[in-house]
Design a protein around this ligand. Structure first.
Ligand code: ADP
Ligand code: MG
Length: 280
């Protein structure tokens, strides 16, 4: 029953990396679940047509389910697609369905095609009776219109990095794209958090990659590292987060530690911003 410092304002965090299999979805659901267990109210938006985040949260996402697709392409609000999770009462999810696979193309012809998610989310948050502390958006492994929508809707980007040989390859492309978004669509967006995932402490390579990433991004990389863990990889096949599946496992503890750091860093940034505002 740890109580996080809860943010003063909803933190909208996009979890992105155009590489597949680096731990985006795993990080999204397990961090969200960790924060929910620390007393935060959390919404996960599944923006990957694969629907892996929905699966891990025990949320149905058959093609006929109302989903983020209907919000982005139709007239529905986020609340119409939102579902409770089996994981925690503080954690809700807007699922994706396979229909979303066509959205990259269908979005092209729409007005304000880059802002659809932002508008839907802001409309929802403004009208919501309950407060939301965190919104996590799980991105597909590409830099297409869905990911652009996620960047435009968010305040923060969280980048999971797998501690392997090619980890830094592709990162400069991702950062370049984020700069373009900042310049043209969302000046407030910032890369707030980098997480090292699937860390295998037995290998020198993992250690070397971690050291290199920390040297490049001393402010962003969390102290906590997510180890490679069988419990983490098993949990989704039971429709569970690692916290529900084996809450005492090292993987669950690593996500709880990361969640604590993210909450603390957010509180620190809020204090700094307040101080700065007073000065001006
Ligand atoms: P992405 O969303 O970036 O494609 P996933 O989160 O789906 O990546 O992870 C890719 C695969 O790696 C999945 O099978 C997942 O269960 C596994 N995985 C993720 N994190 C870990 C970890 N810390 N330890 C072991 N397996 C992991
Ligand atoms: Mg994924």
């Amino acid at each position: 029953e740890t109580v996080s410092p809860l943010p003063a304002k909803t933190r909208v965090i996009t979890v992105s990396n155009q590489k597949g299999g680096v731990g985006k979805t795993t990080t999204t659901v397990n961090l969200a679940a960790a924060l929910a267990r620390r007393g935060a109210r959390v919404l996960v938006i599944d923006l990957d047509p694969q629907g892996n985040a929905s699966t891990a949260l025990g949320v149905p996402h058959r093609p006929e389910v109302t989903s983020i697709y209907d919000v982005l392409l139709g007239e529905l609000g986020l609340e119409d697609a939102m579902q409770p999770t089996t994981d925690h009462e503080n954690l809700v999810c807007v699922p994706s369905t396979i229909n979303l696979a066509g959205a990259e193309i269908e979005l092209v012809s729409l007005v304000a095609r880059e802002q659809r998610l932002r508008t839907a989310l802001q409309t929802f948050l403004d009208a919501a009776e309950e407060r939301y502390d965190y919104v996590f958006i799980d991105c597909p492994p590409s830099l297409g219109l869905l990911t652009v929508n996620a960047f435009v809707a968010a305040d923060e980007v969280l980048i999971p990095i797998q501690c392997e040989y090619y980890a830094l390859e592709g990162l400069s492309q991702l950062l370049g794209n984020i700069q373009l978004i900042q310049k043209h669509l969302n000046p407030g967006l910032r890369v707030s958090t980098i997480m090292l995932t699937m860390y295998d402490a037995r290998t020198n390579l993992a250690h070397e990659v971690a050291t290199e990433v920390r040297a490049h991004f001393p402010e962003q990389v969390l102290d906590a590292v997510i180890p490679r863990s069988v419990r983490i990889s098993e949990a989704p096949s039971y429709g569970q987060t690692v916290h529900a599946y084996d809450g005492a496992s090292i993987g669950a503890l690593a996500y709880l530690e990361s969640a604590a750091e993210i909450a603390e860093r957010g509180a620190k940034a809020e204090r700094a911003a307040k101080k700065q505002a007073k000065k001006n």
